[in-house]
Design a protein around this ligand. Sequence first.
Ligand SMILES: [Fe+2]
Ligand SMILES: [Fe+2]
Length: 393
Amino acid sequence: MKEIDSSLREYCEGQILPLYESFDKAHGPEHVRTVIANSLELAESLLVEGGEINLDMVYTVAVYHDVGIRYGRKNHEAASGKWLMEDETLKRWFTEEQRQTMREAVEDHRASRQEPPRNLYGRIVSEADRDLEPGRIVRRCMEYGLANCPELSAEEQISRTLEHVRDKYGEGGYLHLWLPCPKNEQGLATLREWLKTGELEKKCRAWLQKENAEKKEKEKSSMEFRKMRRKNQDIPMEECLEILQRGTAGVLAVQGDGEYPYAVPLSFVYREGKLYFHCAREGHKLDALQRSAKASFCVIGQDKIVPEEYTTYYRSVIAFGQAELIEDEKEQHDALFALAEKYCPGDTPAHREEKSTGTAGYTAVIRFTVEHITGKEGKALAQQRSTAPAVQA
Ligand SMILES: [Fe+2]
Ligand SMILES: [Fe+2]
């Protein structure tokens, strides 16, 4: 197969293709490269059949076909065509007539176009742009929805994709295949099958789950809790946990209404890396946790005022983590029972059990999974700690 002119390729690689890096994922660098590869593959099969095709033009049309996305998706075909036509540098390789042909080709690549593209280059890029690989279509439609309709819920995102695929690729859909291309014909048949059997909905759901899991994982690994500024005032971890175990009240901070932090004092119990709270089944706190599960919880272990030293001997702990409503009845009961054990230690187990069971139905219980803990104490306490003789075991 004839090679693309090296200086043309160099220009497109250096000046035009990088523009795609700022576009939405569905029109990004991966997409344009797929369209280039598909276009050249299609052109090659037509050449084998004895057609007359200028591969430099095929390549250039593919490179420029979505560049107009920079000005928005609507009418991007016209904007891309105009861009190609007005690019003075392209005059080095193409005549006025060739540039006009390429402009028409780019303008005609719109998938919803009902008339055939005006020239062969338009048919090639349109067919290459179909990229009718069913898995990729699911991914691109979902990605487009997430990027452009972020207000939609997960279920609405799936419905949007199903509706789009049905309108475009379903029986009687607006997509036309302009050239014989076995790969696209096969892809279209598979998509129609998926629409009929419900497989398409399953694929969308699976894609979304995977995407959400990856996003969570990424957030987790990129989030690094900051280190304490004054290292020497750190409280050792076992003492932080002791403060969480012994404390009887703390302040839960969540992302409240209007982005104001909402910090609310609560009773709590700490058990194996988790904090549990109980509260009414509706209110500011639960609404905030619906928006974001990220929260912090502060417990003051000691706050002794020493006026003669103009200071306080304090110890406090802050736990960071994810807080969510417990749905499971058994876990809810166990958390309430643990709260009863802590706050009513003199009660009989039978009455404690009765209270925990009776409350479970109408009380909300929050589980706060601790991800990070910091503890800090006043300077004087830190000094005492550093000068205290080591305890012999
Ligand atoms: Fe396009
Ligand atoms: Fe495209």
